[in-house]
Design a protein around this ligand. Structure first.
Ligand SMILES: Cc1ncc(C[n+]2csc(CCOP(=O)(O)OP(=O)(O)O)c2C)c(N)n1
Length: 518
């Protein structure tokens, strides 16, 4: 057995069963090993940012890692932006970066670079393994590091000679470090604060936002004590819909977030960050915590969130308190002009039960939250790290993680162009992904941000935010990658196209012509 074969067997034994990849010469033994070892599905991506984003989407939905195989420093660099988003989502990802054979470094061949330096920025663990006999153990360790709470990107650098060398040994799954127990004093303090009844807010992180039962428990705590329950602005995964506890998120725009938090005297974070402005603006505060408000970090991300919530429930009497739940409510099917609002209504009216929404609608997404709140239960994925181009790859990985569920990717045109190649993988693998491209011909949000940061644009500046010349033809682009596509200009046509796509297997792209809101 060579090193590569031992690695794949080890990964499969640890339930890492999908590898998104864009390989090169130094990874050929890993690729060849896919046929020697059963249980590992290889998924080809035509750009590394698609592979890394797909691994993020897979992890968010499956709750366990996929592997990503990348080609030396440049391949890793191409995949970095979506590894950044994966890191912010606390997604477990096992990144394997092929490298030159160890003896080859002396020649500084063209693809040689400092891989570890590129990896460190996004990785919770970086390790180079040079001995084929240790490759399996390194793979097992990579999985354990990736899944250890709160989840992260573990990067294994795999020189070609460690891959092709004989003497590979399969390693048993390694035990991840357990999440740190919650601090009893902090639970007592938070419980006393909540019981005292002063204006308080609880901000919950991904562990709660993505778990309907935990979220219901926190919602009950909120109802029992009068505390407002909020989610972070961009959760990795929200479990939401009719019959479940709802979750208002801290607004992206600082002014709105300040309104949400106005008058709050105690803020309790549970596996979440204290709220801060997404960007700095001249003369405006970065910290969104109201003046004089005390912040208690009950547990940090990666500590035992479940235990912390259980501790609060033990300390606070919630008997007889009803868990607030969202009622079933769908918007009327919209007619007429296609706008952000009518697009949202069409989605809200038709979203299938157990759909997975990959939301990168950006400015057009403003109405989506409200329009879908009372839809049948579904999962909602958002852009955790602010690095655009996440939606199409994440939708791809989500579809591989959840066959049988419809994935709806609502994707702004500018963001789509970063990782459009995801469509090819969707067509190749026959994935049930419906992509709605919101074509507003603009980097619209940046038009708004220009004014917010106080910059004065001239025509040259405005040209940098304009995608209209030439107009992007997403129908042609999709068809060119094997995905059936159509363009819609009215709300009823969008509804018809959505309904048709939800009723048929495989990918489809709908290009929605929506005027820019800015
Ligand atoms: C990797 C990366 N590059 C650049 C940006 C800066 N940026 C933020 S929003 C944006 C344009 C968004 O346009 P689009 O996706 O079409 O959405 P719209 O604002 O039109 O709704 C850009 C370029 C970013 N966030 N991430």
């Amino acid at each position: 057995m060579n090193g590569a074969q031992s690695l794949i067997r080890t990964l499969v034994d640890a339930r890492v069963e999908v590898c998104f990849m864009n390989p090169g010469t130094s990874e050929m033994h890993f690729v060849a090993a896919l046929d020697d070892v059963t249980g590992m599905r290889g998924v080809l991506a035509l750009f590394e940012g698609v592979a890394t984003g797909a691994a993020d989407g897979y992890a968010r939905v499956a709750g366990r890692p996929a592997a990503v195989l990348l080609h030396l420093g440049p391949g890793l660099g191409n995949g970095l932006a979506n590894l950044h988003n994966a890191r912010r989502a606390h997604s477990p990802v096992v990144t394997i970066v092929g490298d030159h054979a160890t003896h080859h470094h002396a020649f500084d061949a063209p693809l040689d670079s400092d891989i570890a330096t590129v990896a460190r920025n996004v990785s919770c663990w970086v390790h180079t393994v040079t001995d084929p006999a240790l490759v399996g153990a390194a793979g097992a360790e990579a999985v354990a590091r990736a899944v250890a709470a709160p989840g992260g990107v573990a990067t294994l650098i795999l020189p070609a000679d460690a891959s092709w060398g004989e003497g590979g040994l399969v390693a048993p799954p390694a035990t991840p470090v357990a999440a740190a127990a919650p601090d009893a004093n902090r639970i007592a303090e938070a419980a006393a604060t909540l019981r005292a009844g002063a204006p308080a807010a609880i901000i919950v992180g991904d562990d709660i936002a993505g778990d309907a039962d935990l979220l219901a428990e926190v919602a009950r705590l909120g109802a029992a004590t009068g505390a407002k329950v909020l989610g972070e602005t961009f959760p990795a995964r929200m479990r939401r819909g009719a019959g479940l506890a709802g979750l208002e998120r801290v607004a992206y725009l600082a002014e709105f977030a300040q309104m949400q938090l106005d008058g709050i005297e105690h803020l309790i974070t549970i596996g979440a960050k204290s709220p801060a402005s997404f960007f700095a603006y001249p003369g405006r505060p970065s910290d969104l915590v109201p003046e004089g408000c005390r912040v208690t970090a009950l547990v940090e991300p990666g500590e035992d969130v479940r235990g912390a919530v259980a501790g609060l429930l033990d300390a606070i009497d919630t008997s007889g308190v009803e868990t607030p739940r969202v009622g079933r409510a769908r918007p009327e099917s919209p007619v007429g002009a296609l706008t952000g609002e009518s697009l949202a209504a069409a989605v809200g009216a038709l979203l299938p039960e157990e759909a997975i929404v990959a939301d990168e609608a950006n400015t057009t997404g403003l109405w989506l939250n409200g329009a879908t709140a009372g839809a049948p239960p579904h999962d909602w994925l958002s852009l955790t790290g602010g690095s655009i181009g996440y939606g199409m790859p994440v939708a791809t990985g989500a579809a591989i993680a959840a066959p049988g569920r419809r994935v709806l990717n609502i994707e702004a045109d500018g963001s789509a162009m970063y990782t459009l190649q995801a469509l090819w993988t969707q067509a190749h693998a026959g994935l049930d992904v419906t992509t709605v491209i919101v074509n507003n011909g603009s980097y619209a949000v940046l038009n708004m941000e220009l004014a917010r940061v106080g910059a004065t644009p001239g025509p040259k500046a405005l040209e940098m935010l304009d995608l209209s010349e030439p107009a992007l033809d997403f129908v042609a682009l999709a068809r060119g990658m094997g995905v059936p596509a159509s363009r819609v200009t009215t709300a009823e046509d969008l509804s018809a196209a959505l309904a048709a796509s939800f009723a048929e297997p495989g990918p489809r792209l709908i290009e929605a012509m929506v005027p820019s809101a800015f």
